[in-house]
Design a protein around this ligand. Structure first.
Ligand code: PMV
Length: 361
């Protein structure tokens, strides 16, 4: 009999509902080609690619035991403090993944999570947090219900679950460069889950640096969810989705060959296009701050004067991700200290770089 064709049983027999604990640490990621606009259940309107980071991680421990009611029960603690705001998000996430993991209804969960980056840094923890939680849920399934699950299928399922929690989280399940969304000519890519970019990848991109410059730590006024929704009526959306499809092809080519000029051009174009979409939505909104623009102009000047291959990207907020090859670390650190620190919230930045992906803890 071919074991591959056996559908796993995804619920426990009544007498066998387990007690246990699993834990995963998962990093945040920064998109180079941006996902902005979705349809159906978290299906992206265009493919995206990101660097998984190294130091900016969420650590999540899930303790589980038989539920007393017929439904899952959740207690969520952030840094040891029960946090209802996130508990609600996790309820929504569990409701979404229930058909894929019916066993969750038989369990009572205590979820303990913490982030290595300060909560007040204005960095969204949804990618790292949802990825870590999805890995824990997939791990419970693997441990008790589907021990034949291959390594590949395990991470694929975790990525799919993570996507249902927060789209970009599905890319945090792997290290290095990760693609989410169907890319023409790459049949392994999927709208349902992330896949690691295969070799060849030029050496320079295996240790690329990301200094996350904190411009403003306040919670943003428009959520990503609302921003994605506004792409449905943005008059430029169709062309934007087509452009992202072209940009990802060209960016992958640059990553394979080590073409830094092309990498810089496409990465900055993507960042500014993301924000252009915000500014041309109805209602329009602006997430860049005056210091965001001051920093961008200084990066343009510095690059022109020094010839160093440093560029920026932005996520859905005012903070600037400064991207550069590791070999230029010293020059860029001086640039930050001498020219950029004045624009930062308390002079604060996070010195991060491409990482190897999640770890079991
Ligand atoms: O995953 P979400 O829904 O938080 O959206 C992420 C959107 C961007 O960070 C702006 C782009 C991306 O691809 O990560």
């Amino acid at each position: 009999m071919n074991l591959q064709t056996i559908e796993p049983v995804l619920s426990f027999k009544n007498s066998q509902v387990p007690t246990g604990v699993v834990g995963w640490e998962s990093p945040s990621n920064i998109a180079l080609v941006k996902y902005w606009g979705k349809r159906d259940v978290q299906i992206p309107c265009n493919p995206s690619i990101s660097f998984t980071l190294s130091k900016s991680v969420s650590r999540t421990k899930v303790s589980y035991r038989p539920a007393e009611s017929g439904n899952y029960e959740i207690e969520f603690y952030l840094d040891g403090v029960r946090t209802e705001k996130f508990e609600e998000k996790i309820h929504t996430f569990f409701r979404t993944i229930r058909p894929l993991c019916p066993f969750i209804d038989q369990l009572r969960f205590r979820i303990d999570s913490s982030n290595t980056f300060p909560h007040s840094a204005g960095i969204a923890s949804s990618a790292s947090g949802m990825s870590a939680l999805a890995l824990c849920i997939a791990d419970i399934e693997r441990k008790h219900l589907d021990s034949l699950l291959s390594e590949k299928a395990f991470f694929q399922k975790a990525s799919l679950l993570a996507r249902l929690g927060s789209g970009s989280a599905c890319r945090s399940v792997y290290g290095g460069l990760v693609i989410w969304g169907e890319v023409e000519g790459m049949p392994q890519t999927s709208n349902e889950y992330g896949v690691k970019l295969d070799e060849p990848i030029h050496e320079v991109f295996k240790s690329y640096k990301d200094s996350i410059l904190i411009v403003d730590a306040a919670e943003k006024k428009v959520s990503s969810r609302a921003g994605h929704g506004l792409m449905k009526t943005n008059p430029f959306s169709a062309e934007r989705f087509a452009q992202a499809g072209r940009n990802i092809q060209a960016l992958i080519a640059a990553i394979r060959t080590g073409d830094l000029d092309m990498f810089i051009k496409l990465t900055e174009l993507e960042a500014l296009t993301l924000h252009a979409m915000m500014m041309t939505s109805d209602p329009y909104f602006l997430l860049m701050r005056p210091n965001t623009l001051s920093i961008i102009e200084k990066i343009f000047d510095f690059r022109q004067q020094t010839g160093l291959p440093v560029c920026f990207t932005l996520d859905a907020g005012p903070n600037v991700h400064l991207l550069y090859p590791q070999r230029h670390e010293q020059e860029i650190k001086s640039f930050i200290a001498n020219d950029l620190a004045v624009h930062l919230h308390n002079g604060f930045y996070i010195d991060d770089q491409v990482g190897t992906g999640p770890n079991e803890i």
